[in-house]
Design a protein around this ligand. Structure first.
Ligand code: PLP
Length: 420
């Protein structure tokens, strides 16, 4: 690592050479431009006033992120967050969107139009499947779902002359398949398609632009926000030619986000590296514990040696987050998994992930697959590990597994009980 230095405004210069924690502590801070305050200002606004028309015209000729002629172009708060996200993803520029799902749909609409075809992994985040099967279809966009573990060879026949986008999500939602993104991206580029990827799971651990991705999507709602209190998304692009496409789509759709939410996301990002470090470590410890339990047939955690996708994970990722799945032994029913999550005392039953609190969510019945239903045949639960002490979480999981197996356990075994 080289020696850090500061620019004329007092902000750290060229931070790309520094470690993630250091970059998260220093990026997106305007220095002297914010009168020396540590954090960027919170600018709320729609109208921007000018003294003269000449001033306004001069502003409108500037790059969008310096123009600031209307709220839809963002503010210093939005742009500070965009700078940090673009840096973490290792990309050219980022656009903030109001939710992770809006980031996906805006990115898809930036690349696709009537008559176009998109290739989607079967394990894609459910609401993206709904978008493809409803609104995208009505707009004349055709979707083919492909097996999430496709090789370039098995995916090749699915490409058509009108295929414009190969979409990846690795690991897959709920079933955690790791995709061979570099091989699939090389094939897509050879066939003239752009590569879009949901990189939410690998935010700190997968560098999308080193693996052939053109536009990388984040649900910032998860680890960047980190406190389960804000919805937000982003799309980061590899280079300028992708930027114009994306920016035009966001403007045409009138998409941006509340500056208050951006400010909270920036606050969350400052501690993201330590949270992720701790949560990922706890998750691996808990995954190891669960793998040794007789009730569990398989743990779907790509960073766990021997787990599905581990070899690709080891090749392409530098770390993991704290979201993984457990597959129950076939003697358990889906109702047993419901009894299991209801018996947990420290895990909430709820959607989303990336916050400081642990969550457990049964998978079967809430998730669909149209290419390979086998992945969902056995009863499954998705776990998100928060910042609680891993020993406490392990004790809670143990008592809930005992309970689901018909033994003692449930709420009586934790002393004292910790609320609903
Ligand atoms: C993988 C993935 N991508 C995107 C999203 C959507 O994010 P948001 O809830 O901010 O719309 C989610 C939400 O759970 C997700 O799990």
């Amino acid at each position: 690592m080289g020696k850090p230095s500061r620019d004329a405004e007092g902000a750290v210069k060229d931070p790309k050479q520094l470690g993630l924690g250091t970059r998260l502590a220093h990026l997106g801070r305007p220095g002297a431009k914010a009168h020396g305050f540590v954090n960027p200002p919170l600018h709320r606004g729609s109208t921007v006033l000018y003294e003269t028309m000449a001033q306004r015209r001069a502003h409108m000729r500037k790059r969008f992120d310096q123009a600031l002629t209307y709220g839809l172009q963002g503010s210093a708060t939005h742009h500070a967050l965009e700078d940090v996200i673009a840096d973490i993803e290792g990309g050219h520029r980022a656009q903030i969107l109001p939710t992770g799902l809006a980031a996906v749909t805006t990115a898809l609409l930036a690349y696709l139009g009537a008559g176009d075809h998109v290739l989607m992994p079967d394990s894609v985040y459910g609401p993206v499947r709904s978008f493809c099967d409803t609104m995208a279809k009505r707009l004349g966009i055709t979707t083919t779902y492909y097996h999430a573990e496709s090789t370039a060879e098995s995916l090749a026949p699915h490409f058509r002359p009108e295929t414009r986008v190969l979409y990846c999500e690795s690991p897959g939602s709920h079933t955690f398949e790791i995709q061979d993104v570099p091989a699939l991206a090389a094939l897509a580029h050879a066939r003239g398609a752009a590569v879009l990827m949901d990189n939410t799971w690998g935010i700190h651990a997968f560098q999308p632009f080193l693996h052939g991705v053109d536009a990388s999507i984040q649900a910032l709602t998860k680890y960047p926000v980190g406190h389960s209190d804000v919805l937000l998304g982003s799309v980061t692009v590899r280079e300028e030619k992708h930027w114009h496409r994306l920016r035009d789509a966001a403007l045409a759709l009138g998409q941006y986000a509340s500056p208050d939410d951006c400010w909270l996301a920036l606050r969350g990002l400052r501690t993201m590296a330590v949270r992720l470090d701790r949560q990922a470590q706890s998750a691996l410890e808990i995954a190891g514990f669960l793998r040794a339990r007789p009730e569990i047939r398989e743990v779907l955690h790509p960073a766990l040696p021997g787990a599905p996708g581990h070899d690709l994970w080891k090749r392409d990722f530098s770390g993991a987050c704290s979201l993984f799945g457990i597959v129950f032994d076939p003697r358990f029913t889906i109702e047993d998994t419901h009894r299991f999550v209801e018996a947990l005392q420290l895990f909430g039953i709820g959607a989303s992930w990336g916050g400081y609190e642990s969550l457990a969510l049964p998978t079967n019945g809430f998730v669909s697959r149209t290419v390979d239903g086998k992945a969902l045949e056995a009863p499954m639960v998705r776990l998100h590990i928060g910042l609680e002490e891993p020993d406490d979480l392990i004790a809670d999981l143990a008592q809930a597994l005992d309970f689901a197996s018909g033994g003692q356990g449930g709420s009586a075994s934790l002393d004292p009980p910790l609320g609903p």
